[in-house]
Write a protein that binds this ligand. Structure first.
Ligand SMILES: [Fe+2]
Ligand SMILES: [Fe+2]
Length: 454
């Protein structure tokens, strides 16, 4: 919700609530004040009744008696009560004759002091036709009471209290009435009205304060929320940029790795070709053994990395021969025992050449161990069985296969079946028996019996 709207709503709600409660409080206080005044009127009337001699009261029947000492004696206590209770305008007695009300005692001095054209004093047996209902009720029932509302008569507007006047026999002879001027009554309510106004102004100020607080809080909350959203958005963007940068970097790393792999493989193939250029007899051998080794690798379920390592190892299997002197490597005839000893060094030469190249470390198994035999009679380490790395065991089959299937200056290439037979015969001595079976399955797919290379 917009801060201004929330503030307005809070202010209006608080103001309404305050006004309703103030008015309710005022009504309640007004009722209490009103009841209090009625009780005071009744008490004053009852007190006045105690100072009136009801037996003597019965003797006053005509205005002429007002000059008598008895009358003056009779009104004297009423005059004192009137003086003592400052809020009262009149204290008097009345009687009921043939359903009509008449005044008897009234200590008010005669005359028109306020200039309203009416004698201030009521005289003995003055009729009082404006008598309020409460007064008549007391005159009839003898039960004291007070008016429940302001009533008008010829002297003004009043609220009055009434008390029965009984003689020594207990008979009701009249009532004592006390009048409070309506303006006096309203004066009593003035402070309540002032309190109501003060309450209203306080409510207005409180509502205004609450509205300002709500407005300020809502505005701060909205600002904080906007700030949080902005932070979250900035974080999201930064995260997205980071992710994009990571992706870019990853892509570049993959690209560079692929480029490096291509460069390494090109280098390896270059070395392999360089060797073949020295040893013309084995021309094409490296490519063929590499292809066949890869078919074996696929038959064994190798993954791409393993196949790549296998390919590198196959291409480099005889790279150590680079270190063999030409007179031995290129010798047309059979090698002497000492020449063979030198020739058998080529796996170690390969290790010396390739080991410093960390990238080729996994591919070293084939150059190092491809002349090891299953029964431990191979070289250079004389490893046996599964001590020989699987790639080297696999490659030994491929290497011998291709050598026998190729022409040499001193012999023709062997037939497919003859080579298969030969290799099968070496399973368990030269070759891993399990791999031999798989190998024969792989090469068994070849249908040609012609030499693979010239
Ligand atoms: Fe070799
Ligand atoms: Fe070879």
């Amino acid at each position: 919700m917009a801060p201004a709207k929330a503030a307005l709503l809070a202010g209006v709600v608080l103001l309404l609530a305050s006004c309703v409660s103030s008015v309710a409080l005022y009504c309640s206080a007004q009722r209490a004040a009103f009841d209090g005044m009625r009780a005071e009127l009744s008490r004053t009337a009852a007190m006045a009744a105690t100072v009136v001699d009801a037996d003597a009261h019965k003797q006053f029947v005509s205005p002429e008696q007002e000059a008598s000492p008895e009358y003056r004696r009779a009104i004297a206590p009423l005059a004192r009560i009137l003086t003592a209770s400052g809020d009262m305008k009149f204290v008097y007695t009345c009687v009921l004759r043939q359903d009509k009300v008449y005044f008897i005692l009234d200590p008010t001095p005669a005359g028109d002091s306020n200039g309203d054209g009416v004698d201030d004093k009521s005289h003995i047996m003055d009729a009082y036709p404006e008598a309020p209902q409460s007064m008549i009720e007391t005159l009839r029932t003898g039960i004291g009471g007070s008016d429940s509302k302001v009533y008008p008569d010829r002297w003004g507007s009043f609220m009055s209290g009434y008390a029965p006047l009984r003689d020594s026999q207990g008979s009701l002879v009249g009532i004592v009435g006390v009048d409070m001027n309506a303006t006096q009554y309203l004066k009593h309510l003035e402070h309540l009205q002032r309190a109501l106004w003060v309450g209203f102004v306080m409510a207005l100020l409180m509502s205004l304060g609450a509205a300002i607080c709500v407005y300020s809080y809502q505005r701060n909350a909205q600002a904080a929320s906007a700030e949080r959203l902005a932070s979250a958005e900035a974080l999201r963007r930064a995260h997205e940029e980071l992710r994009q940068t990571n992706n870019d970097l990853e892509e570049r790393v993959h690209l560079r790795t692929a480029e490096l792999l291509v460069a390494y493989n090109a280098t390896i193939e270059g070395w392999s070709r360089a060797l073949e250029m020295r040893d013309h007899e084995t021309e094409g051998h490296c490519r063929r053994v590499t292809d066949l080794a890869l078919r074996m690798g696929e038959a064994l379920g190798m993954n791409d990395d393993e196949l790549n390592t296998l390919r590198q190892g196959a291409l480099l299997h005889d790279i150590g021969k680079m270190g063999i002197p030409d007179e031995i490597l290129l010798k047309p005839g059979a090698l002497t025992e000492s020449e063979w000893a030198i020739m058998r060094l080529h796996p170690e030469y390969a290790v010396q050449m390739l080991q410093p190249i960390e990238f080729l470390e996994p591919a070293l198994d084939i150059p190092r161990y491809h002349h090891e035999k299953w029964d431990g009679t191979g070289y250079p380490c004389g490893l046996s069985g599964e001590e020989i790395p699987r790639a080297a065991r696999l490659f030994a089959l491929v290497d011998v296969w291709d050598a026998l299937r190729s022409d040499r200056p001193y012999r023709r290439a062997w037939s497919h079946d003859r080579v298969c037979e030969h290799i099968r015969g070496l399973a368990g001595s030269h070759f891993d028996p399990a791999l031999t079976e798989i190998f024969l399955d792989v090469v068994g797919e070849e249908q040609t019996d012609l030499p693979l290379a010239a």
